[in-house]
Design a protein around this ligand. Structure first.
Ligand SMILES: [Zn+2]
Length: 58
């Protein structure tokens, strides 16, 4: 089996991709992407969509 990974090079932060699973919607996303994704309370990965949707305080 061959894993095909999309190599997006849209907005590079310089760091490698770090795939996390959003603790709300369980979607895989790159926490290092230059978007609104971040670690909630420093440990719960939150994707950009949920970060915007729920408007959590950082
Ligand atoms: Zn999410």
């Amino acid at each position: 089996m061959i894993k095909i990974e999309s190599k997006k090079k849209e907005k590079e932060k310089g760091g490698p991709e770090e795939i996390e699973i959003c603790f709300i919607c369980h979607k895989k996303f790159n926490i290092n992407a230059d978007d609104d994704s971040y670690y909630r309370q420093g440990k719960y990965p939150l994707c950009a969509y949920c970060a915007e949707f729920y408007g959590f305080y950082r």
